[in-house]
Design a protein. Sequence first.
Length: 241
Amino acid sequence: MTNIIPFDFHRNLVRVVERDSETWFVAKDVAEVLGYKNPHKAIREHCKGVNEMVTPTPGGQQTVKVIPERDIYRLIMRSKLPEAQAFEEWVVDHVLPSIRKTGSYQFKPEDLSRMDILKMAMDSEQERMRLEGKVAELTPKVEAYDRLATSDGSMCITNAAKDLQVRPKDLFSWLQANRWIYRRTGGSWIAYQDRIQSGCLEHKVTTVERTDGSEKVVEQVRVTTKGLTKLAAAFDVAEAG
């Protein structure tokens, strides 16, 4: 059974499709809200789980491309629109809990964290792949997200790179290119304030004693669990297993 649920984000229609207790988003709606000039190209290049569904429209039945939750995060990470973060918050804090209130899921909306939602998406995908006889292909993907979901606190960028299964220098380069961190001339890496405010990065200040007995204050950028989740989508950890 397919159920179309229309949502409004800043006066933009975002259609969510409930089919067989699974949640899908109309891909074109999401890409347009996130400011992609060529939505079809963005969907083709960045989304891994595109599917097609026949949905009712005022003009009759229409076939539309839909994407699962994990592809929402991929499009958000690559969007250059300033409102991309607000859209993510809206999806996680409003859309998904609203859908789950209908009884399609056996969870209380107030008990769902972002990591819960991410794991639910992966669990759903695992079941689909199992039915298609592809469990061997999916297992490392699920393990990668499970590792992130059970992470506590924060970690340095080098250790984050290990969890993301990418080279540390590649992660540093990506973080700098995408305005997560920057380096002062002759100094250490610094996190952009908006990344700290969004809870993706944090600074840890420690005091180190020099050999001469004097002390030096060292500031280190650290990646939070929320930051790891976003980076996992950006680097396609699910594909790297």
